[in-house]
Ligand binder design. Sequence first.
Ligand SMILES: *[C@@H]1O[C@H](CO)[C@@H](O)[C@H](O)[C@H]1NC(C)=O
Ligand SMILES: *[C@@H]1O[C@H](CO)[C@@H](O)[C@H](O)[C@H]1NC(C)=O
Ligand SMILES: *[C@@H]1O[C@H](CO)[C@@H](O)[C@H](O)[C@H]1NC(C)=O
Length: 476
Amino acid sequence: MPSSHALLLCFCLLIFTVHARLCGDVECPRSNACCSDAVHGPVCYFPQFYHCAVDRFTPYSQSLCARGDGSCATVCYDAKRYDCVGGQIKERIKQRSPFPFYPFKNSENYSPIIDAMPSMISEQKEMPNLYLLTCRYYIPQFKPHNRATDVPYMVKVLVAGAAGGIGQPLSLLLKQNLPAGSTLALFDVVNVIGVGEDLSHINTHVKLEVHLGDLKNPSNTTELDKATQNLDLAVIPAGVPRKPGMTRDDLFKVNAGIVKGLVESIAKNSPKALIAIITNPVNSTVPAAAEILKKAGVYDPKRLFGVSTLDIVRAQTFIGQLKGQNPAEVKVHVIGGHSPETMLPILSSVSGISFSEEETSSLSTKIKEAGTAVVNAKDGMGSATLSMAYAGARFALGLVKALNGESGIIEDSYVDTSSTDLGVSFLAVPVEFGKNGIEKIHPLPQMNESEKKQLAELIPIVQKNIDTGLEFAKSA
Ligand SMILES: *[C@@H]1O[C@H](CO)[C@@H](O)[C@H](O)[C@H]1NC(C)=O
Ligand SMILES: *[C@@H]1O[C@H](CO)[C@@H](O)[C@H](O)[C@H]1NC(C)=O
Ligand SMILES: *[C@@H]1O[C@H](CO)[C@@H](O)[C@H](O)[C@H]1NC(C)=O
């Protein structure tokens, strides 16, 4: 051992023997203080870098945090930017996200914090060398508090069909908006390597995993099985758009086949993952997916969603335009099925806005026919992809926020309603998200007589679509 090190060690031992004081069963030197950390027990710490923060949620407990940080339900957070509200870390300033994702509730004043902690890790590295070399014992013996112990704040999200028209912009929005430290897995059978390389240059702390499936041999699921490991959420826009000459039934058979392969892999590798299906026709692909999950023995109706969010996004936009209001703040439900014949915008319960008979009729038609309007305007070049990606991202990020413990996020979604008294096994209804997917299916919004009548008429149509989906899955 070099003599200077020996000297430092002596110096260190000297401090230890002369000035040591007890901190649990550890003795701290005089330059250290002691903190009874709620998670790690008594730890010595160096007050130049850390402080023992009184917890803002449970005031009788303390956490060792970086100086200037607060403690919220044992999690350290940057007290300059965040507050502890009811045990959750919330951003202080009014949200200024370019994507005002949640029109219904929550985030009026707060958005959840994504990564409260990394400051501690870097400050720990800045410990003077003297301590690192000689008094290793006195360096705080703790790992930074990690929210992952109670909530999965770094999620893994899969986009299946990531190179497609919806998949690409959807992956972009998720790369931009997922919590720091999350993983975004991209799967497709064509072009996904390039999409992944392109997205990988975006400077957000979201890791990318890129998986190119075997187009020629769909039964080779090697890459898909890698993509579906450890998933918290799978978003599925994969599928083919309807081509000229293709009936809706043809479309369904092709797309249901694609969804089947994906869902089987998810069932095998991440049976607890939430699954959000965008692939059309949603009225049938979602019930088909449910049947596939049942066959695999892992079906949980709380974890499977059909994304009908674009219907709500469109309704918000058209109502906002018509009435001169901010579309992001329009509160409207669109329930029923996810097709022109079956969707039902509930205009009578839009708060603070009333509509004439004429407005109701033209708005309803505009909302229902919006998909066709895009198909016509694109003139043979496809259907809605950008707005669908936006809606899919809003839905997926809502689920991720709920996985992180945020409450009060409600979206209309096409889900299993067999546990309700609606008399149909799947329907788009108001759903509150939670840590296990569906926290609660809310009662249908208030409807007036004509809306009630329309609902009663569309339910048998939806049930017929569901049966088609079930038949496919049973025979497949
Ligand atoms: C399956 O796909 C993987 C990855 O693309 C490839 O390495 C492997 O050779 C393929 N196996 C078969 C049997 O085709
Ligand atoms: C139901 O509500 C819509 C939208 O406000 C309105 O236009 C329609 O006249 C109402 N129908 C009945 C029967 O009250
Ligand atoms: C889904 O709904 C649309 C519109 O109602 C319908 O044309 C289509 O046939 C349905 N899908 C299936 C597979 O039944």
